[in-house]
Design a protein around this ligand. Sequence first.
Ligand SMILES: N[C@@H](CCOP(=O)(O)O)C(=O)O
Length: 288
Amino acid sequence: MVVAVAKALEEGGDTIVCASTGNTSASAAAYGARCGLSTVIVVPSKYVARGKLAQAITYGARIMLIDGGFDDALRIVRELAAKHPVVLVNSVNPYRLEGQKTAAFEIIEDLGVAPDHLFIPVGNAGNITAYWMGFQEAHRMEWIGAPPKMMGFEAEGAAAIVKGHPIETPDTVASAIRVGNPASWKKAVKARDESGGTIDSVTDDEILEAYTMMAREEGIFCEPASAASVAGLLKLARGGMRLNQSKVVCVITGSGLKDPDTAVTIEPAFMDEYPTDTGAIEAAMGLA
Ligand SMILES: N[C@@H](CCOP(=O)(O)O)C(=O)O
C-alpha cells in the first residue's frame, strides 16, 4: 500500500479509493491519514470483520457501506477511478504489487534461501501474484536458485479459480478472501503454472481447524483467512504429499484481533462464571 500511496502523492492526487473485505481499507485509511489524503472505502455492509472496520473508522476514512459483496465494491471503485481524479489503491494498481512483492525479499532475507513451497491464501489474488513477482525477480538477480512452488488456497465457498468460473455469492468464514471474481485471476494462474505449484481450496471447517491449532499449539492468533495457508498445508500433507525434506513457508496475512466475532465462537472455550471468592476459584482449579 505504501508504494501506491507514495505514487498517488507524487502524481498530485488528493483522494484515494478502494474496495475491500477489510484489510486493504484499513491499510489505505492508515496511509491516507498519515499523508493527509482523503480516503474513501467501499465495503460490503455485512461482511467486514469488526476490528478492520474499527481501524478504518479510527483513521477517519469515509466508509461507504453497500448491500453487495466485494466484487460489486471493486466494480464501483473501478468505475469511479475511470471517471474522476481519484486514485484506486486496490491491487489492480500496479504499484501495489511492486510494494507487495518485497514480502518475498523479506522471506529470502530471513531464510537465506528461497523456500521450496510457499503456501498462501487466495482471495482477490493480489498476494500470490505479488509474491511470485518478487521470487521471480530475486531469481533473475541471482539472489536465489529455483523460486518456490506457489501453493494458493481459496476458501471452498469462494473458490472461483478452482471451479473455473466466478462465484455469484461467495460465502466463507474467512471474510478477507470472500471474493467471487478475483481481479488478479489470470496472474494467479500464471504464478501457479510457471512455478509448478497449485491453486486448491479448503473448507471452512479446515480453515477453523488450522486457525484453532495455530492458536493453541503455536500461540499464533491469526484471522481466519490467514489460516487458509496452513489448512492447505495440512490438507496436502494428509493427502500424502511428502514435505518433510522441503522448506515450507505459510503466509499469515492478518491478526486474529481483527476478527473478534469469529474468535469468540471457537469451541471449546474454557470460560465459566464463578463467585467472587478465592475458595471457589481454588475449588474449580482442584487446589482446595
Ligand atoms: N482481501 C482484500 C481484498 C482486496 O484485495 P486487494 O488486493 O485488491 O487490495 C482486502 O483486504 O480488502
